[in-house]
Design a protein around this ligand. Structure first.
Ligand SMILES: NC(=O)c1ccc[n+]([C@@H]2O[C@H](COP(=O)([O-])OP(=O)(O)OC[C@H]3O[C@@H](n4cnc5c(N)ncnc54)[C@H](O)[C@@H]3O)[C@@H](O)[C@H]2O)c1
Length: 361
């Protein structure tokens, strides 16, 4: 592989322009040779901004059809930033075309699609990596290291969640249509926090899942404001999900996520219970990662994860890691098996909510 990774972007919407593009503009070991979006103007705008910020004489090529992009000569990898249902379709096509793939979360909208992605990466011997940006928060890295040093002891239970009081997508968004998104806040926000918790816990194998989901606000206008005139509401995903996951090693994880819920305030939280120390990051800790325990004399202690100056933005850090894996042989911190386990959990929560049963994986 060349020393400069040649990449193309598929999907030039909010996350690409807000978090991926600023990273690529700063990176010297990646060259974006093409931008693709079904809305051509969006691809053109991103390509122009990239060329301007990089000081390039030529604006990268622009496409509407991803199939033309994955056939480009000299391309090493693509970055998929499209609506969720397209992740697996585009990833499999690109892997089969001999490309490496970086893809936004969630990995896929169903277990069968996630299996296809994993199989395509294996049969083509290519790297498939899905965005896990929360692992790249400085506080996550601090806690991960402390866990690996054995300071927390055995981690046997966790809680995680992302509660929004009113924070769903606007009316009419693909995020609210199950056929395109695969689900609501569980697949949108839950995927971040479940992954963070499981990664910190050492990626234990999930064995059973129980969950409930609710859709109370999306269609009556009280959660998202009045429907614009003439617009038909299509909100066939949950706005709240609660779940409980058991792992093979006996540990458990409690999950709570919402786009709309009558709670005191928005909160993004993770809590781990270890035999030597517990960890907590939420509104009560002012967003700081705190560790709690008792010393040999039985006295309480607490430790605050140190602040890091000039922290690399988490999405950029994840993309830099993808480039490092391909260019420098760095060991990947994400493997497709983790993605498959993630989608198994998400799908089982939806199934459990539908049937009322605990789902064995
Ligand atoms: N990691 C994170 O923090 C984070 C945050 C937000 C969104 N995301 C994920 O990023 C993805 C995109 O989300 P977004 O908020 O940017 O959505 P968005 O709707 O703003 O952008 C999606 C873009 O894909 C384009 N598109 C649709 N079909 C296409 C196709 N066939 N070929 C090429 N382009 C196509 C759309 O025109 C649009 O510009 C989603 O999977 C979402 O879950 C991740």
């Amino acid at each position: 592989m060349s020393k400069i990774l040649k990449m193309a972007i598929i999907g030039c919407g909010d996350i690409m322009n807000g978090c991926h593009l600023p990273g690529y503009i700063k990176m010297d070991n990646v060259e974006i040779i093409a931008f693709c979006d079904i809305i051509k103007e969006k691809a053109e705008k991103s390509a122009k901004e990239y060329a301007k910020e990089k000081g390039l004489d030529t604006v990268p090529a622009v496409y509407e059809d991803y199939k033309e992009v994955i056939a480009l000569p000299g391309l090493d990898a693509i970055d998929i930033c499209t609506p969720n249902y397209l992740h697996s379709i585009i990833a499999v096509a690109a892997l089969d075309a001999g490309l490496n793939v970086f893809c936004e979360k969630p990995d896929a909208v169903s277990v069968s699609e996630a299996e296809k992605m994993k199989a395509a990466a294996e049969r083509n011997n290519k790297v498939l990596m899905v965005m896990r940006n929360n692992r790249y928060r400085a506080t996550s890295a601090f806690l991960k290291q402390r866990i690996e040093e054995g300071k927390l002891g055995e981690i046997y239970a966790g809680r995680c969640g992302w509660q929004r009081r009113r924070g769903g997508p606007p009316h009419g968004s693909w995020f609210s249509r199950k056929a395109e998104s695969g689900g609501g806040p569980l697949i949108d926000l839950g995927v971040h926090m479940i992954d963070l918790a499981m990664w910190l816990m050492g990626n234990p194998k999930p064995v059973s899942v129980s969950g409930c989901t609710y859709n109370k606000f999306g269609n009556d206008g009280s959660g998202w404001g009045p429907l614009p005139e003439g617009m038909e509401s299509v909100h066939d995903v949950e706005d709240l999900a609660m779940a409980f996951v058991r792992f093979e090693n006996g540990a458990c994880l409690q999950v709570e996520v919402s786009w709309a819920s009558n709670v005191i305030e928005d909160d993004i939280f993770i809590e781990l219970r270890g035999t030597k120390e517990g960890a907590m990051q939420n509104n009560n800790t002012n967003g700081k990662m705190m560790l709690y325990g008792h010393n040999e004399n039985g006295e309480e202690f607490s430790i605050e994860a140190p602040a890091v100056e000039n922290e690399v933005p988490q999405h950029e850090a994840n993309i830099r890691h993808f480039a490092d894996v391909l260019l420098n042989g760095v060991e990947p911190m994400f493997v497709p098996e983790q993605g498959l386990n993630m989608v198994k959990i998400l799908e089982a929560i939806y199934k459990s909510a539908e049937t009322g049963d605990e789902i064995l994986l």
